[in-house]
Design a protein around this ligand. Structure first.
Ligand SMILES: Cc1cc2nc3c(=O)[nH]c(=O)nc-3n(C[C@H](O)[C@H](O)[C@H](O)COP(=O)(O)OP(=O)(O)OC[C@H]3O[C@@H](n4cnc5c(N)ncnc54)[C@H](O)[C@@H]3O)c2cc1C
Length: 642
């Protein structure tokens, strides 16, 4: 990368905040319909962000090659989203507005995101709901037919649109229908069961990818005029997380190794309401949607080591700690704050359940107030899921919950146009470093992914394509050949291991280290220890990993080992970032920087910025670059939810 490319200009447009996007959009260059037909765009990932982008770009007339390693776009991790999607419609007439959604999001992220991007997100939020309703997404409705809303953390208004506890699934079916229409018309070529293995850069621009067909094992090259990554988040670096098992960092990490900046990798969200881990046999954790905090009350016993059943603990001996500490927001305090509060309670020895790492989420008062049928109507599928997993009936006894890794605020750095510092490489959805700063508010990921895919990228990518001279590139070019050779070599290295350990055992070892040293709270010493330990785990991995069979066909052990290999390198970048950010902000809690009440203490003078990491070569520590954040419309203040 040249020095100029690392200037990291966020390209925030001029003009008043409320008009920046409109003015910018009107000034973007257009590609004429005749020329769109000649242009090809690769979209990797067909979750909500990728499917919405691929469908929209194809509708505009571009040729799209869409890739997913799943057998269908409907399998993307997006399908698991439960609680809802935010929009500033103000249907409840409770004081919501674009400004308030903007303000809540910036404040929720502890003032570590770009004002202009977040304002645009709030602006387009309403169009997303209109688009999805037009597609037939069955949002919950009030008796009179109006779309219903509920509340999520960090907001005092009800702005979350939902489809029971299956919002992601229904939104994905909408985007998938739009995508399928384009596949049927021939405008999108859908490459299922195909994994992106590398990014190819020609003359400084992203011009294609190397893929592996996970069924035949074939390594292939795909050429395009621009590449869009919509490959989701990396919370599985912790091994146990709420993410789909297949979610990984490979695509964005490979782009990083080809020169794309990785922004704020240490900003990871630990969600407060998940079913606690029950033992070493587990390979994933289950979220209980934040929407449950609308009616559920969170508490722990007052006394240490109280082994009584929850229903035997009298009211006077319960500590509704969120309501006590944060009376204004109560059980709807933001995720980072609620998670840390749960950990604190358990660290004090007041945790519940067999492991002592759990607190109660109690619906008794809500059932008494609203009736069991009403509660079933709102959360029935979540209650069923809880009962099937734990064997306990949440209508009769409180749920047990504990925080778990859930979402990556970090991701590849992008400018206002969603383009990375590599020209022609766009990044959308959870894969980019996003608009959520140091902590994402609930129901804002679906909003951001669909904003990116339906309403932002389709405009901004056109500007890039219109300004870029078309040059002929072919899969036979040396850059493609070299990248394919490197991919094959990486695969052979994994297959040549003569050890006896599965990739999963290394993944678990890494995950345990990361949650301990770079999880809900971090310290200088702990991070330094992690940076010592990770290379040792990685060396052992290459020495001792056993990948069975070969690369000539379907080999899920090989696929998984490749993803673990990338986590083993990426974890180091996360720890470097967490170490360099010598402040507490949002989900990044450095124990050295806290008030006497245990609240995060930011250092705005030194760290009101985005940290962006450049790959500096194998075995070298990455190089840190910084994009300063300028707050012109919100006042930097201590977040107060009390
Ligand atoms: C349990 C759970 C509940 C949630 N609930 C909510 C909610 O209620 N509201 C909310 O706003 N957010 C919620 N979230 C967060 C939200 O679901 C995600 O942030 C969002 O769906 C991510 O969408 P995406 O399109 O960016 O990525 P994903 O849905 O993760 O899609 C990634 C795509 O990339 C593909 N891919 C990845 N790597 C490669 C590769 N190398 N080659 C080819 N293909 C690749 C995958 O196959 C997939 O198609 C929830 C998250 C979880 C875990």
């Amino acid at each position: 990368m040249s020095e100029a490319a690392w200037a990291l200009s966020p390209k925030i447009p001029e003009g008043p905040l409320e008009h920046k996007w409109d003015l910018h959009r009107s000034g973007l260059k257009l590609v004429s319909p005749n020329n769109k037909r000649k242009l090809r765009v690769i979209v990797v990932g067909t979750g909500l962000a990728g499917a919405s982008a691929a469908a929209s770009l194809a509708e505009l007339g571009y040729h799209v090659d869409a890739f997913t390693f799943h057998d269908s776009p409907r399998r993307a991790h997006s399908i698991s989203a439960q609680g809802g999607i935010n929009a500033a419609k103000n249907y409840q007439n409770d004081g919501d507005s674009v400004w308030r959604l903007f303000h809540d999001t910036i404040k929720g992220g502890d003032f570590r995101s770009r004002e202009a991007n977040v304002y645009r997100l709030a602006q387009v939020s309403n169009s997303i709901i209109d688009q999805c309703v037009a597609q037939g997404v069955p949002f919950a409705r009030e008796y009179g037919g109006q779309l219903a809303n509920r509340s999520f953390g960090g907001a005092q208004v009800s702005r979350t649109f939902y489809c029971r506890g299956q919002t992601g699934q229904q939104l994905l079916l909408g985007a998938y229908s739009a995508l399928s229409r384009q596949v049927a018309s021939g405008q999108v070529c859908m490459h299922t069961r195909t994994e992106m293995m590398d990014l190819v850069i020609v003359d400084g621009r992203a011009r294609g990818i190397i893929t592996r067909n996970v069924v035949s094992g074939r390594i292939e090259a795909c050429v395009a005029d621009a590449v869009v990554l919509a490959t989701g988040g990396y919370s599985n670096v912790y091994y146990l997380s709420t993410n789909a098992k297949a979610s990984n960092v490979t695509a964005t990490f490979r782009a990083y190794k080809r020169g794309a900046g990785f922004a704020n990798p240490c900003f990871t969200q630990i969600h407060p309401t998940c079913i606690p881990a029950s033992g070493q046999h587990q390979s994933k954790l289950t979220l209980m949607s934040e929407s449950l905090r609308n009616d559920g009350r969170i508490w722990a016993p007052e006394g240490v080591s109280d082994k009584r059943a929850p229903n035997e603990i009298p009211e006077a001996e319960r500590d509704y700690y969120l309501e006590r500490k944060y009376p204004s927001f109560g059980n709807l305090a933001p995720r980072d704050i609620s998670s840390r509060a749960a950990k604190e309670v358990c660290d004090e020895g007041r945790g519940v359940g067999p492991t002592g790492r759990g607190v109660y989420l109690d619906f008794a008062a809500a059932i008494q107030r609203l009736g069991r049928d009403n509660i079933r109507g709102r959360y029935g599928n979540l209650f069923d899921m809880y009962r099937r997993i734990t064997g306990e009936d949440p209508y009769a006894t409180p749920m047990r919950i504990y925080p778990a890794p859930h979402y990556a605020m970090g991701g590849l750095w992008v400018d206002y146009n969603l383009m990375s510092n590599v020209p022609g490489l766009f990044v959308i959805g959870e894969a980019n470093f996003s608009d959520h700063g140091a902590n994402r508010l609930g129901a804002s990921a679906l909003m951001q992914g669909l904003a990116d895919g339906y309403f932002i990228l389709p405009y901004t990518i056109g500007d890039y394509l219109a300004r870029t001279p078309t040059t002929s590139t072919s899969p036979d070019d040396v850059e493609f050949k070299e990248a394919a050779t490197e991919t094959r070599a990486r695969i052979q290295r994994l297959l040549s291991g003569r050890g006896r350990r599965s990739a999963a055992t290394f993944h678990r070892e890494l995950g345990e280290l990361m949650i301990e040293k770079c999880g809900m709270s971090r310290s200088k010493e702990g991070l330094a220890e992690a940076l010592q330990s990770i290379p040792a785990i990685r060396d052992a991995f290459y020495r001792e990993v056993a990948v069975t069979a070969d690369d000539s066909g379907m080999n899920s052990a090989l696929e998984y080992a490749g993803r673990v290999a990338d986590f083993l390198e990426f974890a180091e970048v996360m720890c470097h970032d967490a170490l360099a950010r010598d402040e507490s902000c949002g989900a990044h809690f450095r124990i050295e920087h806290q008030t006497k009440d245990g609240e995060a203490v930011r250092d705005d003078d030194r760290f009101c910025n985005v940290s962006v990491w450049e790959f500096a070569g194998a075995g070298e520590a990455p190089t840190l670059h910084v994009e300063p954040l300028v707050m012109e419309h919100v006042q930097l203040a201590v977040r107060n939810y009390r």
